[in-house]
Write a protein that binds this ligand. Structure first.
Ligand code: SF4
Length: 324
């Protein structure tokens, strides 16, 4: 066990100094996808093979320091609202960071490996820097919103609905605010920087996805979608209209049809982009000389009848979709 004392809060934070033994739990059983979340929809639009690796093969991925920090920051911003409004201050919020990290580490001991040196010893400096970065992100939130004036209707809200088409949509909304007149605002925290305008389609798609689910669940369209970028200190808002949400519903239906077709045929094509640099599965990807593991779901035997029509052009069967 190695401990560091945080410069900001003065609190001691400890982690195990060796990574836990790999779990001997059996590999998860492959199953057909049964629902769609914004993250997995984005995966399929980015690269169908990446979707397969994550959803069907359920391949493990290395923990990421940035994603783990995001989880801790989200927990802090949620828990802060447990306190009375006047006590929701920046020092209090920063003081929650070490405890939320320890709580997360308790449920996922494998995260300790984020702060190990190559020789297996604990890198206390890296842990201290990482915690300080999380505290800075939490502190920046207070320059963007005033939690003493907010009373969220919901925090970390799990939402799920089934569309008329039978498609099940699900996800977790960071915060829902409701005005006295009933107007709904959906808020999502991002610990990264706000993207340039030409790259805003993906986060907007995620927000429209949540807006559609909330609309179907509550029968009232959210009035505003709000993205809070703690990395750069930006707040982006968007007020959706009915026609846009209906268009999102149509796109999700088409996306699900493409996923179902790929599931049935086992035809999951890689789609290389510069995001491949962040993919954990390059060693199994044909674009990088790898071979995917055997497809774990049943696929129909190939048909050889002479009256088979010509094969669909590459890309057509995969149902390429553009982000909203
Ligand atoms: S390396 Fe790129 S192309 Fe290959 S599976 Fe990952 S994201 Fe897809």
């Amino acid at each position: 066990m190695v401990c560091v004392r945080l410069s900001v809060t003065g609190r001691r934070v400890c982690v195990m100094d060796t990574a836990p033994e790999p779990s001997a739990a059996p590999a998860p059983t492959a199953a057909r996808p049964a629902s769609l979340s914004p993250s997995r929809a984005a995966d399929f639009m980015q690269c169908p093979l990446l979707y397969r690796f994550r959803v069907i093969d359920k391949l493990p991925e290395k923990p990421s320091a940035a994603a783990t920090r995001g989880t801790v920051v989200h927990s802090v911003l949620e828990r802060l609202f447990d306190a009375p409004a006047a006590e929701r201050t920046a020092p209090r919020a920063k003081g929650l960071v070490p405890g939320e990290w320890e709580r997360l580490l308790g449920s996922k001991p494998e995260l300790a490996e984020l702060f190990l040196r190559e020789d297996g010893s604990q890198d206390a400096d890296r842990l201290a820097t990482w915690l300080a970065d999380a505290e800075r992100l939490v502190e920046r939130w207070f320059t963007l919103e005033d939690p003493t004036r907010l009373e969220p209707a919901e925090r970390e809200l799990f939402v799920e609905t089934v569309l008329d088409s039978g498609l099940k949509l699900r996800g977790i909304v960071d915060r829902v605010d409701v005005t006295p007149s009933g107007d709904v605002r959906i808020v999502d925290y991002k610990t990264g920087k706000a993207p340039a305008p030409r790259y805003r389609e993906t986060p907007l798609f995620q927000m429209m996805f949540y807006a559609l689910v909330m609309w179907r669940l509550k029968g009232r369209m959210p009035r505003r979608l709000q993205l809070v970028y703690l990395g750069s200190g930006d707040v982006l808002t968007y007020d959706p209209v009915e026609a846009e949400l209906l268009a999102v519903e149509r796109k999700l239906r088409a996306l699900w049809e493409a996923i179902s077709l790929a599931t049935d045929t086992g035809d999951w094509r890689p789609r290389p982009t510069k995001l491949c640099g962040w993919c954990d599965h390059q060693a199994l990807c044909p674009e990088f000389g790898g071979t995917p593991p055997p497809y774990p779901l049943p696929v129909p035997a190939p048909r050889t009848a002479p009256d088979d029509g010509p094969a669909a052009p590459a890309g057509e069967a995969q149902g390429r979709m553009d982000a909203v």
